[in-house]
Ligand binder design. Structure first.
Ligand code: NAD
Length: 371
């Protein structure tokens, strides 16, 4: 495993997303892993293909079940998310997904929000770690954002009050709050992380955010002596992340703050092109980049595959292959640090597929591991 590069002389710990546990229950190493692959819209198909090739090059055996979701499905199925996609993910329990365009003002709900709710993907995991070769204003960032994925203002309960007012209802429950906080603490324990910070605005929303904070404190008590706990008010958290990010480790947040703070964290390490993500539930997990379908670059072999490839590394860890994940991240980091085969956004002029080829070449010279 790769020790984390950190400032402040903190102890080295396993890489972001590393798991101590071996292969997950229910997966048979003798069989290839059947994974649902959703290419998606815009730049999605090119990134998905690059990611599939790179994952295959790790030596872990996959059987890819390719299913389509997105804009092109609307004409034939009347929805961007045909039932067959949900069925495939339910069957395989693991999916990797390219971005999907959300048509504006046509009455379709976001495929991403629907997937999360339909599959109970309650935890959104977004690691943000600096990479040599990616020019940013910050160095040695190593944060993990754990965002609650099912409630808060994303519950979608809104109504107009007369002509000139509207209300959105924020739902916070003890059950969902304790569940996401437990996920954050379990993640911290499994990955050698030292601290969990709960982020809220309980000074103003005393009932809803107050319940989230109360739930975080309840869960934290079970981990006393193993994982440090503290809380921060969300506005102060944003300032602190910009001023002294090295003080923070794993952050756990309700849905809306999680959305905003995870983009802030992505900005600290180089932006959307390098920000991976995972949506994890009890029955299934869907791995995807934080960025969208960037339609203007579709089909140009131009977009950066880093975020989806790093999401693939998170998938390898989820499946119980931490060593293969670390090899993949090392190969990617080496290619980015070298800077010769990277895409335009990282200052290079390679295409998506050449970037993937360079990573595959690196993987070929890295010693194979049995994991
Ligand atoms: P976007 O992330 O698609 O693109 C914004 C800009 O970021 C692009 O124009 C491009 O300059 C840059 N960019 C993004 N990804 C890149 C990559 N891999 N390589 C290089 N540059 C990259 O955001 P948007 O324009 O707001 O959204 C476009 C569509 O994507 C919308 O329909 C939106 O709903 C959808 N979307 C989907 C997801 C998802 O499927 N998870 C997430 C966000 C947005």
């Amino acid at each position: 495993m790769v020790p984390r590069a950190r400032s402040g002389g903190r102890r080295a710990a396993p890489a972001v997303g590393a798991r101590r546990r071996p292969a997950r229950r229910g997966y048979n190493r003798a069989m290839p892993h059947r994974v649902t692959l959703i290419p998606g819209d815009g730049i999605g198909p090119e990134l998905a293909e690059a990611t599939r090739r790179v994952l295959d090059a790790t030596g872990i055996e996959f059987e890819w079940e390719v299913v389509d979701a997105g804009e092109a499905m609307i004409a034939a199925h009347g929805t961007p998310l045909p039932d067959s996609v949900l069925e495939s993910i339910r069957r395989n329990k693991v999916a990797i997904k390219g971005p999907i365009t959300t048509p504006v003002g046509e009455g379709f709900r976001s495929v991403n929000v629907t997937l999360r709710q339909a599959l109970g993907l309650y935890a959104n995991l977004r690691p943000a770690r600096s990479m040599k070769g990616v020019v940013t204003r910050f160095e040695d960032i190593d944060l993990v954002i754990v965002r609650e994925n099912t409630e808060d203002l994303y519950a979608g309960i809104e109504h107009r009050v007369g002509r000139d007012a509207a209300e959105s209802i924020k739902i916070i429950t003890r059950e969902a709050s304790e569940r996401i906080c437990r996920f954050a603490f379990e993640y911290a324990v499994a990955n050698g992380r030292r601290k969990v910070t709960a982020v809220h605005k309980a000074n103003i929303m005393k009932l809803s955010d107050g319940l989230f904070l109360e739930s975080a404190r309840t869960v934290a008590a079970d981990y006393e002596g193993r994982v440090e706990f503290e809380d921060r008010i969300v506005d102060n958290m944003c300032m602190q992340l910009v001023q002294k990010p090295e003080l923070y480790d794993v952050l756990v947040l309700p849905n809306l703050y999680g959305d905003i703070v995870s983009d802030l964290a992505a900005g600290l390490v180089g932006g959307l092109g390098v920000a991976p993500g995972a949506n994890i539930g009890t029955e299934a997990a869907v791995f995807e980049a934080v960025h969208g379908s960037a339609p203007k670059y579709a089909g140009l072999n131009k977009a950066n595959p880093t975020a989806l490839i790093l999401s693939g590394a998170l998938m390898l860890r989820h499946l119980g292959y931490p060593d293969a994940a670390a090899r993949l991240e090392d190969a990617l980091r080496a290619v980015v640090a070298e800077g010769r085969s990277v895409t335009y956004d990282l200052g290079g002029n390679a295409g998506t597929s050449q970037f993937a080829d360079a990573i595959i070449e690196r993987l070929a010279i890295a010693p194979a591991v049995a994991s």
